[in-house]
Design a protein around this ligand. Structure first.
Ligand SMILES: Nc1ncnc2c1ncn2[C@@H]1O[C@H](COP(=O)(O)OP(=O)(O)OP(=O)(O)O)[C@@H](O)[C@H]1O
Length: 320
């Protein structure tokens, strides 16, 4: 999706980062187009933060390279910095300074010309609705307000490229939605956005996503295309003992995957496999199924399937 000037792009080629013998980011190769809303998606430890830190020029790669706004991060880590804003997970707000003072501080840091400041601050206050809290100390803001202030500070120099590390981490659902409205507005205005998240509902809002697991790229496409590419048919089952149900299903021929989904079990059956045969297989083990129906796959189903298809490790737990 091309929306902005051509050099606000990001190109990773074999980008790798090791910490000792551990590989945090493993030969990532992908391209983010200018004006794209691009998601780095995966559970804790997938390598999202490490990737963003390398793209922001604050952590050197062990191998490979990335061109950020046309500049090689391996050769010139400082080169792309004037064009981008990076918001780390724990963004450096000064808790003793007020909202207005924090914004001023970052405007000074990014050398925003005095003449342009008022208009930019106006726009950011409108976005964030923080104007009524201008004089409140940052340390006394709620988690959601802090994130919005952090985002406003990152945006004060109107970057072409915005790198955001889990910007809604620890934020309540209403503020999360508000933050995403701000992000989508930035992208409509021409900013390229690379955002990391472990929330699948946020991943759904991206133009394209890279699904990451243990530093490796599992899949790369639009959320709709990834969902459409899931093989077989997906069913949701409600059973008295979901864990036993899942384990039993995994041993049945034609079952591509079975995983817990809240209180339910998601069963991925190969094309042509019969769901009633799978139910009979459960019944022979005395597992009572209360309800079974086909469901549309979510990105979480895609992720779990790709993890189990791509590695021998079990699917990740936690928010995924
Ligand atoms: N400075 C470091 N020293 C050693 N290991 C690190 C360092 N930074 C990250 N790692 C390791 O690299 C792997 C990837 O971590 P990373 O923080 O990039 O993942 P993530 O997907 O951003 O997850 P999270 O949301 O928990 O930060 C993890 O195993 C982590 O422990």
């Amino acid at each position: 999706m091309i929306r902005a000037a051509p050099d606000a792009s990001v190109r990773l080629s074999g980008l790798t980062r090791r910490f000792g013998s551990a590989v945090a980011v493993d030969a990532l190769t992908l391209e983010v187009a200018p004006g794209e809303l691009f998601g780095l998606v995966g559970p804790d430890g997938a390598g999202k933060t490490t990737t963003l830190r390398m793209l922001a020029g604050v952590l050197p790669p062990s191998e490979g390279d990335a061109h950020v706004c046309g500049v090689s991060i391996a050769e010139d880590p400082e080169g792309a910095k004037p064009h981008l804003a990076y918001m780390a997970q724990r963004f450096g707000l000064y808790e003793d300074l007020t909202v207005a003072e924090n914004l001023d501080f970052y405007a000074d840091l990014f050398e925003v010309p005095r003449a342009e400041r008022a208009a930019r601050l106006d726009r950011l206050y409108r976005f964030s609705r923080l104007d009524e809290f201008r004089d409140r100390r940052a340390g006394a803001l709620s988690g959601g307000m802090k994130q919005k202030l952090g985002l406003s500070c990152a945006l004060i120099h109107q970057p072409r490229l915005l790198l955001l590390d889990e910007p809604t981490f620890g934020v309540d659902p209403i503020s999360r939605r508000e933050l995403w409205v701000i992000l989508e507005e930035m992208v409509r205005g021409g900013t390229t956005l690379v955002v990391s998240t472990s929330y699948m509902d946020e991943a759904e809002r991206c133009d394209r996503v890279a699904l990451l697991h243990e530093g490796r790229l599992l899949a790369l496409d639009s959320p709709a295309a990834l969902r459409a590419a899931l093989p077989g048919t997906l069913f949701e089952l409600h059973a008295r003992d979901p864990r036993r149900c899942r384990e039993r299903l995994r041993a049945h021929p034609g079952v591509l995957g079975a995983s817990l989904f809240g209180d339910a079990v998601h069963l991925l059956l190969a094309a042509g496999a019969d769901v009633s045969t799978a139910m009979a297989w459960l019944a022979t083990a005395g597992i009572e199924v209360l309800e079974v129906h086909p469901v549309e796959p979510t990105l979480e189903d895609v992720f779990i399937h790709r993890v189990s298809a791509g590695t021998s490790t079990s699917p990740p737990s936690g928010v995924m």
